[in-house]
Design a protein around this ligand. Structure first.
Ligand code: 1GP
Length: 254
């Protein structure tokens, strides 16, 4: 894939109703050997994207991890940074996250201001993303680190209004996340209401552990499904979830 066209390809896929599957890789939890296996399985499963990032990133493995993926396959690498220091120029694109479900100004705009020159210089494709953390039934790293209250899981209307505001503010993607390892993933009724009220692609993640759930999320309106934790525990899920996501029928264009 040519650099700079990941967002347009995402929009094209959305238009056709083609669902995407992204495998989340936390650089703290992999080494070359594990990466090699994940890449092999992802190629076989026709995984659409790799998301690379974590709430913390303790090791110094980010650059190496991204370079290793890039050397070994053509699956686009999107950075999903837990902080502004998690940027690697070797990736293809950056989810430029603003935590619109929270009221912590640092994560809405503060860190962006500090890191803007470096990010611009990175040459990465920047995709502004309205990031919404939804209560997943357990305090996750992201909710603790962000010092922001997650959006209540049963308040579909608040989620809808938040996503609409994000889109009208110019955000190119909405990412609703129940948090890594969430006990309760986002409900289909929330996904459905949000997706009906925005035009931009909708990414859903957090606590998805079964192909069936991924399928139902897509049917409800998710455009991209992200899975991290469950794959760390059972790598064969890559094949099963990819096939569930890709089995959702595309739109019939008349
Ligand atoms: C977390 O949405 C991602 O930010 C993925 O969550 O690790 O629970 O799959 P899991």
């Amino acid at each position: 894939m040519k650099l700079k066209d990941i967002y347009s390809s995402l929009c094209e896929r959305k238009e056709k109703g083609k669902k995407s599957f992204a495998v989340l890789i936390d650089p703290d939890k992999v080494d070359h050997e594990k990466l090699e296996r994940l890449i092999r399985l992802s190629l076989a499963a026709k995984v659409d994207y790799f998301l690379v990032g974590g709430s913390l990133v303790i090791s110094n493995y980010l650059d190496e991890c991204v370079q290793y993926i890039k050397r070994n396959c053509t699956i686009p690498v999107l950075l999903f940074p837990g902080s502004s220091s998690q940027v690697s120029k070797y990736a293809d694109a950056l989810l430029y996250l603003s935590l619109i479900s929270g009221r912590n100004p640092e994560l809405l705009i503060g860190q962006h201001v500090v890191s803007a020159p470096a990010i611009k210089k990175s040459g990465l494709e920047i995709m502004s993303t309205g990031y919404m953390v939804i209560d997943g039934g357990a305090p996750t790293t992201v909710s603790y680190i962000s010092n922001a209250t997650p959006l209540p899981a049963d308040k579909n209307e608040i989620a809808m209004c938040t996503a609409m505001a994000g889109e009208m503010l110019g955000m190119k993607l909405i990412y609703m996340d129940a948090g890594s390892g969430a006990k309760i993933p986002i409900t289909e009724s929330m996904i459905e209401l949000v997706s009906k009220n925005i035009e931009v692609p909708l990414i859903i993640g957090g606590g998805i552990t079964e192909p069936e759930k991924a399928y139902l999320n897509c049917k409800a309106g998710a455009d991209v499904i992200v899975v991290g934790n469950a794959i760390e525990k059972d790598e064969s899920l890559i094949i099963e979830i990819a096939s569930a996501v890709h089995s959702v029928p595309e739109k019939i264009v008349s």
